[in-house]
Design a protein around this ligand. Structure first.
Ligand code: ATP
Ligand code: MG
Length: 436
């Protein structure tokens, strides 16, 4: 029998979390389906970290189980039939039935991911796995590292026994990232990135035997892996609190050149700036739907030292959305050209920067603190004259390329302080019309 963790669970799961686990456990035991808490959530509970997403493994049909739970206790359910998984998100009425205080902060959303226990085989190295139903132990064996292969049994009597056949807790206490078998990185080279991410996040070491498995064969499979899968690993690193160390570690482990040789010149230290979205005064930023603000900014900063053609090459390798390639490339070009803009008037800055995605301007401002870049984002880019193409037509002018010239001239006058009232603009406009 494994060590009982119900005391630890009680201590670390605040609010209705524990009661919801008890509820699921009771239902599973009635149905005689073994139910386990697994993976990152167990690791984080043992480390005393806060958790909101619960990964559960059921020895049984998880979609049917989730449907049964939502019928009985309400909430929302998402079934991902492709992966044989289901997510249950309890709602307020579910939580009200529990007789425990709800969350203090209304922002907490709990979700329970339920999967049927399964084992995985790889048809060829780096392929997506072929999945078959099986027992919890096989399910743990398909996982990445010992610290992520620990389970807590919920349906048993007593509730909350540790099930740790891979001795993950020993590594967790020692702070060691260790794969479960020698072919792990060959089955799935993204695990090399995951190792670096966990090592950085928790301040752990990668076991020397595990580092040695990042060998030529693993590198070779990494170099053939799809762009989306590799990019996603960097995206996850950019979401972390301390991406800089992780990016350094990727470099010192020699992994980058196998993704793309040009990445070796990328500079993780650029990400020491604040990665959060800035205040509203900075205006709107557009970025690809596929990525978050932080991920987009992460990429732009990381690639800032590369030249335009290397950025395009990396972007093609990693299946960047077109807007990400453009933003990263324009940021690098802007940063290079910046010294030549010294002494420029606001209108010159503005007309140059209007060609550049605002997120690129923002990234270059973060690393250079050039005040005109901030002025552009917060003020200049909004400034327009009162006159528009429409008002010119009303005055009897025939639309022509000169419209644009007149409007540009008026905008420049506002930006450079040559006019500062509507009446002054009107005077200037009259002069311009007379000249034309
Ligand atoms: P995080 O805190 O970053 O979410 P996590 O451990 O919860 O960490 P997830 O990516 O959410 O990581 O995956 C959940 C679990 O699934 C992991 O703990 C691990 O057991 C398993 N897992 C995820 N990705 C892999 C992989 N590439 N190979 C093997 N097992 C994996
Ligand atoms: Mg997770």
């Amino acid at each position: 029998m494994g060590r009982n963790l119900s005391g630890l669970l009680k201590g670390s799961l605040a609010g209705p979390r524990l009661e919801l686990l008890h509820l699921l456990a009771y239902q599973a035991s009635m149905l005689r389906m073994p139910l386990f808490l697994v993976g990152g959530v167990v690791r984080d509970i043992l480390l005393g970290r806060r958790v909101n997403d619960f990964d559960l493994v059921l020895e049984g049909n998880s979609a049917q189980f989730a449907e049964y739970i939502v019928r009985k206790f309400g909430g929302k359910i998402h079934i991902h039939s492709k992966f044989g998984t289901a997510t249950w998100i309890p709602n307020e009425s579910t939580i009200k039935r529990l007789n425990v205080p709800a969350f203090q902060d209304s922002t907490s959303v709990l979700s329970f991911d339920l999967i049927s226990s399964r084992s995985e085989t790889y048809e060829h190295p780096g392929a997506l796995p072929t999945v078959t139903r099986s027992h919890i132990e096989d399910d743990l064996r398909r996982r990445d590292f010992t610290i992520n292969a620990i389970a807590i049994r919920l349906d048993g009597d007593p509730f909350g026994e540790l099930f740790d056949p891979m001795n993950g807790e020993v590594d967790l206490v020692a702070g060691v990232i260790r794969v479960l078998h020698d072919l792990s990185f060959i089955d799935d080279p993204t695990r090399m990135f995951r190792a670096v991410r966990y090592a950085g996040r928790y301040g752990f070491e990668i076991a020397p035997e595990t580092s040695r498995l990042m060998n030529d064969e693993a590198h070779n499979i990494l170099s053939q892996l799809s762009g989306e899968r590799v990019r996603h690993e960097f995206d996850l690193i950019f979401e972390e609190d301390l991406p800089v160390d992780m990016l350094d570690r990727l470099k010192s482990l020699g992994l980058l050149k196998w993704v793309h040789p040009a990445l070796q010149a990328a500079d993780g230290n650029r990400l020491t700036v604040s990665m959060n979205k800035p205040g509203e005064e900075f205006g709107e930023f557009t970025f690809p739907d596929l990525l978050s603000f932080r991920q987009t900014l992460g990429w732009v900063l990381y690639l800032l030292n590369l030249n335009g053609s290397d950025i395009e090459a990396v972007g093609r390798r990693l299946a960047f959305p077109a807007l990400l390639i453009k933003t990263a490339r324009e940021a690098s070009i802007l940063k290079q050209e910046l010294p030549a803009f010294r002494g420029w008037k606001p209108s010159q800055w503005t007309f140059r920067l209007d060609e550049t995605p605002p997120l690129a301007v923002y990234a270059v401002w973060l690393v250079t603190s050039q005040p005109s870049l901030k002025e552009y984002l917060t003020t200049w880019r909004q400034i327009r004259p009162y006159t528009s193409g429409y008002t010119l037509q009303q005055r009897g002018l025939v639309p022509s390329p000169q419209f644009r010239e007149i409007l540009t001239r008026l905008r420049a006058a506002w930006l450079d302080g040559e006019v500062s009232t509507q009446a002054e603009e009107e005077m200037m406009l009259k002069g311009l019309i007379a000249q034309n």
